[in-house]
Design a protein around this ligand. Structure first.
Ligand code: ZN
Length: 236
């Protein structure tokens, strides 16, 4: 069979091998895959940032909220002190369900100053109360610890747009509902925020954490796609 997909050779930071990156569709964020591990660009971007700024990250105490995909497999395989949590309906917070601890990002049961690195990958466009979630991440980070995350960032929009909010026991839709794929929910995850330019200010205002944004596009590392920014917020 003739392969009509565009591809290029390069090095994948997730399977840590020379590989081929293949473009299966125009939306590279979901369709520009490593042939070996199946990783997507934002996952490689996040690991690339760890490699550049935190050379000894595999020895750190790392926690990830809402783990999924090739990145999580790399963490599980190579980091002795990696843990992950996920919010499950009807499971008490702090308890394990099918091997993963149940935690609500807006109200976690971890002690203060628990982690060196806290990871979220495309989570903050789905949280209902991001102020609480950012504050909680700051609380559970050690002093000098970092929250490293990806999120769709509309950096040319001055202001963040809230798409939905909780109103008592129900959800009020402020914009037409949009859902993203969710590995633990076939109905998908509701998008609650389209983050704009003011995201960095939002984090600073509510947590005093300083954030830098890293963007690298380099096809030899499979780094090319929409929304490829990686955010690093540091707890002073
Ligand atoms: Zn790979």
């Amino acid at each position: 069979m003739v392969n009509h997909f565009k591809s290029n050779s390069g090095y994948c930071v997730i399977c840590e091998k020379e590989t081929t990156f293949i473009e299966y569709g125009e939306w590279l964020r979901d369709c520009y895959l490593c042939k070996t591990c199946g990783s997507i660009p934002r996952q490689r971007a996040l690991i690339n940032v760890l490699n550049i700024f935190f050379q000894n990250w595999k020895g750190k105490i790392i926690h990830e909220s809402s783990p999924a995909g090739a990145t999580t497999q790399l963490f599980s395989r190579t980091c002795k002190n990696y843990t992950a949590s996920q919010y499950f309906n009807n499971i008490p917070l702090g308890q394990d369900f099918q091997g993963t601890r149940c935690e609500n990002l807006e109200c976690m049961t971890f002690s203060d100053d628990s982690f060196d690195i806290f990871i979220t990958q495309d989570v903050f466009e789905h949280v209902m109360n991001p102020e609480k979630a950012f504050k909680e991440i700051k609380r559970v980070l050690k002093s000098g610890g970092v929250h490293i995350f990806t999120v769709p960032w509309y950096h040319s929009s001055p202001a963040t747009v809230q798409r939905a909010r909780v109103d008592g026991d129900s959800i009020e839709y402020l914009k037409e509902p949009i859902y993203h794929g969710n590995p633990i929910d076939p109905e998908g995850s509701l998008v609650t925020f389209d983050w704009g330019m003011d995201l960095i200010e939002f984090i600073y205002k509510h947590t005093n954490m300083c954030t830098i944004v890293y963007l690298q596009k380099e096809k030899a590392l499979g780094l090319e796609a929409e929304f490829l920014h990686v955010f690093i917020s540091r707890k002073i």
